[in-house]
Design a protein around this ligand. Sequence first.
Ligand code: CP
Length: 535
Amino acid sequence: MENQNVFAGRSLCVIEDFSKEERMYLFEQVKILKKALEKQDDQTLEHYRINDKDFGIYEVFLEDSTRTKESFRNAANFHHAKVSELNSDSSSFNKGESYADTFYTLSGYSNTIFIVRSKLEGVCRWLEETCSAYAKRNSLYRKPAFINAGDGKHEHPTQELLDEFTFLEDNNWSTERLHLALVGDLFHGRTVHSKADGLKIFKSVTVDLIAPVELAMPDTYVQKMRENGYEVRSFSSIEEYLEQKDLADKWYFTRPQLERMGDRILQRQAELRRTITFRKEFISLLKEGTKFYHPLPRHKVHPTIPTFLDDTELNGWERQSINGMYVRIVLLALIAGKIGAEFLPSLPAPVLPTEEDYITEVDLASMPVKEKVVSEGVQPIHDGLVIDHICKGDTPSEIRDHMRLISSVLGLDCQKGGEWVSTGHKDENQFKGIIFRPGNFELSRKHLKRLSAVAPGCTLNLIKGGRVVNKYRLHLPPRIYNFEDLACTNEACISHPEQDEGVPALFFRTKDNHFACAYCGKNHTFKEIWKSRNK
Ligand code: CP
């Protein structure tokens, strides 16, 4: 039986969409292709070529680009495939058409790979999902794949691929150790955000973050780097960095993204730029064998890597940029299924979280009969509900705030009853909240899901005729979705209501029990998600 090609038809929305071993396989292919191009070895090159003029590769760039757009266009030309480009200035985007409708239309014209750059974060993930449903309902021959060519401040996964390839090339192909300094606008730079997961291909990683506080790496990415086992150190300027001895041998500069900054920062741009711009007097302090990299473009008046360094051994950025086309040729060949059939993953593909048992109904018959103990001030109710163990361990004022939110989320705020803060029987210092409501309640599965997402750890008792007839213990769900009043709190996310793209909010629970937006990746606590809901 033939292997299934695991790359065929895949999207690349964030760097983690390709596993470490898949990326290493891709880099092996790039190495072969690069050599074949240098030697003009046509036989080897043919092995990589899609060679199908009906295979549609479409570029949709809603933000400016030279390298990403043109290297992909040249890569597509290498493949002798059909290459198209949407002119966003004159497209029906300007008549208020949604992303979904635009890409449905283009998918219907025999296009299979879309390369998309947009300021909207998470756009490719959404398009992958919704265009797949479109392809199915219209019996399209191939479901479209999406390559993220940079989405707002989120990620730039193909830049990450070419950066990793270049680091490996300069590391003599060793994945043992990487010591990398990231210099510049680490706040807005999506290329450095992709490094949080991208650098996992190296066994031991130290990342030195060099940026003034206004341009510092967002906490989400610093946290992710630490979770991934990297040593992370921070410095506010190149000068401060050079005062210590443990210097990186690879420096990755990024451009201050003035177009994304507010007036307050713009007024201080000269001062901020100075902290992240390399100067002649620093050269003698560098470690031997140091290389500089830059995703480019660099500013012609204020380059952070000055042009007098172009003709020195420090220059790694020109080869890095050239590698971009090789990496993208191979990426297109993999997604088209032209190569990659022999690759066998050693690990199974990660499975998405399923509806694990986070709502458990307690078997009341098996419960020991205990002496009835009623919390202070709470009167037993004849018919109604009691939600107990709310926000156990929080302060009384946090618990009261959250109980108001729970009442509102469950539509319980217009009824009789009350809220109470008490302590557990075992620990007088540990507070918990209790909500009780007399009345007749029929709670659906959706109500239970809502309650577990807003009050994880609570117990719900349904009482009829003075006795508990149903008791549930509710835990943090693996996903939060299908609630119309919820939204990601990142205004630049495709699923944020202000974007009017009709994308429903979807969050996945992370290892540390936060909830990451499925589109832009923004991390939230469960409380943050509910606090920002639209009533
Ligand atoms: N590195 C990069 O994304 O460059 P462009 O903006 O020119 O595509």
